[in-house]
Design a protein around this ligand. Structure first.
Ligand SMILES: NC(=O)NCCC[C@H](N)C(=O)O
Length: 409
């Protein structure tokens, strides 16, 4: 089985990244908020920073796949364009008049350019020449520089839209409208790219055309801590219903027996569990120092007769220690005051991507947290995130591991 993710910190073998493209040029001061960015980016510099991140991973021995390339290659596989026509060119999305011309466009357009459009979006003035004078109210209403198809700049954050959990994947129904169409692109890759169709694996959730809200879930909320356990954030993005649907599928697969659910503050700075805590070693987590103690946690356990049981925990960390099989779990909270902690949190100060136990990649700007981890025996490999960080995600958010070993003995 080529694709599986068996832990958070075991050796990272293969990962999908998306080097940002034309979609960054489509962020403007008036649309950044809707597109879930906090600022416009200097696109060329963001691409350089991203390339440096990918190179760090390659130097550590991780195979890096490009999301854009996977999508391009998948589009040219038999059936993929039919799938796109069915999912994307519905009368509710574009009005009946545009359905046929857009179907034609999807059938004939070069795969690489089509992948770029599916990620980068399409302006009215770019598509108009292909529509041969079609009468459409939507088209008449739009200005030349309006989007017929919105860009998806958050593909940069590959962690969220699909998540490998042991030997299966969840193609996550996303909470925010700006990210919901990402799912279709990932469905194309996982259902048509030969790299995936050659293998057999479970689809846990989201591999359909259904509308799943309010049962949303995003990958940044899913931590695969190993030994048949997962941690799942109950967050701004991930609803209890989404957790229950995913957990049921995980339990049915037999790959998971216990889900530890962690409640998070409903704030943008804590949009996913991995913005508040990440595992950095076989026995250590880096955690936002001022996470309120009042936040609750629950354990869902598979149960033959009742599907699963739900128990509220008194204290999260002993439950996590037991799941990991360690006597002394190190909960590393950087010694910083509330002001610095809030700033570091905004800059993804706890969002580390582990390449191996005790070897993690983090943004260089979080100097105090990084030094604190180093003092605790964790090797932090710093990367620049001056531009990338403006999308509010760090190295873990930007990566979708597809092959990671269990934690070695
Ligand atoms: N796992 C993560 O925390 N991902 C960061 C996602 C940032 C993106 N701009 C979003 O708001 O969805």
């Amino acid at each position: 089985m080529a694709f599986h993710v068996d832990s958070e910190v075991g050796p990272l073998r293969q990962v999908i990244l998306h080097k940002p493209g034309v979609e960054l040029l489509r962020l403007t001061p008036s649309n950044v908020d809707d597109l879930l960015f906090d600022d416009i980016m200097w696109a060329e510099r963001a691409r350089e920073e991203h390339e440096a991140f990918a190179q760090v991973l390659r130097d550590l021995g991780t195979r890096v796949h490009s999301y854009h390339r996977l999508l391009t290659e998948a589009i040219d596989v038999d059936g993929a364009r039919d799938f796109l026509r069915e999912r994307l060119t519905t009368p509710s999305l574009f009005g009946p008049a545009l359905s046929d011309p857009l179907k034609e466009f999807l059938s004939t357009h070069d795969a690489g350019e089509l992948a770029e459009i599916l990620i980068g979006g399409l302006l009215k003035r770019e598509i108009a020449p292909h529509l041969h004078g079609t009468s459409s109210l939507l088209l008449s209403y739009l200005d030349d520089d309006d989007f017929l198809l919105a860009p998806l700049p958050n593909h940069l954050f590959q962690r969220d839209n699909s998540a490998w959990i042991y030997s299966g994947v969840s193609i996550n129904p996303m909470a925010k409208p700006a990210r919901q169409r990402e799912t279709i692109n990932s469905q194309v890759i996982y259902n048509f790219h030969p790299m995936f169709t050659a293998e057999s694996f479970d689809f846990y959730y989201g591999n359909d055309a259904g509308y799943h809200a309010p049962a949303t879930i995003e990958g940044g909320d899913i931590l695969v801590i190993g030994n048949g356990h997962v941690m799942i954030g109950l967050s701004e993005r991930t609803a209890p219903q989404g957790i229950e649907v995913l957990a049921s599928a995980l339990f049915r697969s037999g790959n998971v027996h216990t889900a530890i659910v962690v409640e998070l503050p409903r704030e943008r700075a804590f949009m996913h569990l991995d913005t508040a805590m990440t595992q950095v070693d076989r026995d250590a987590f880096s955690v936002y120092p001022y996470l309120p103690a009042s936040l609750r946690s629950f354990t869902l356990r598979t149960n033959e007769s009742r599907g699963y049981t739900v128990t509220e925990n008194n204290d999260l960390w002993p439950v996590v220690a037991e799941a990991l099989g360690v006597d002394d779990l190190r909960v590393l909270r950087a010694p910083i005051d509330r002001l610095e902690a809030a700033r570091a949190q905004w800059d993804d100060g706890n969002n580390f991507l582990a390449a191996a136990p005790g070897v993690v990649i983090g943004y260089e700007r979080n100097i105090t947290t990084n030094k604190f981890l180093s003092d605790n025996g964790i090797q932090v490999i710093p990367i620049a995130g001056n531009e990338l960080g403006r999308g509010r995600g760090g190295p873990r958010c930007m990566s979708c591991p597809i092959e990671r070993d269990p934690i070695p003995d």
